[in-house]
Design a protein around this ligand. Structure first.
Ligand code: AMP
Length: 119
């Protein structure tokens, strides 16, 4: 599968559509989900063109991977989620329910998120 430059997160990265930014550095952007599933719902994305966690973990440089992981506590702190906790989700592909084909993780909290997966 080829990376689709017209996906919505690519457009956010190019500044074509707005996002409520939480954190940004050379390799990473974090912003609020536009359709939050909980009181706090952030998305963290690499700036590089990676479709999903599988491709990112295979092809990204060590610098990109480290930057991505280091962004997580920055977002957690910005949202004040460290004490109460949160859920981290990376949907991948059709069976994973991934809607936007640019790798992202969800950070979801601000209430008890409930069972891990509802079948
Ligand atoms: P996924 O189903 O894992 O691909 O998640 C995609 C997420 O992107 C969903 O939670 C959407 O609510 C969110 N989303 C879609 N469009 C936007 C947007 N323009 N800005 C921020 N989040 C968005």
């Amino acid at each position: 599968m080829m990376y689709d430059d017209s996906n919505i997160f690519a457009r956010i990265l190019r500044g074509e559509i707005p996002a409520k930014k939480i954190y940004e550095d050379d390799h990473v952007l974090a912003f609020h989900d536009a359709f939050p599933k909980a009181p706090l719902h952030a998305l963290i994305i690499p700036k590089g063109k990676y479709i999903n966690i599988d491709e990112f973990s295979k092809k990204a440089s060590e610098e990109e991977i480290i930057a991505f992981y280091r962004a997580i506590p920055k977002v957690v702190e910005a949202l004040g989620l460290g004490e109460k906790g949160f859920r981290t989700i990376a949907n991948t592909g059709p069976d994973g329910g991934q809607e936007v084909p640019h790798f992202h993780i969800h950070i979801i909290g601000g209430k008890n998120i409930g069972p891990m997966v509802s079948a």
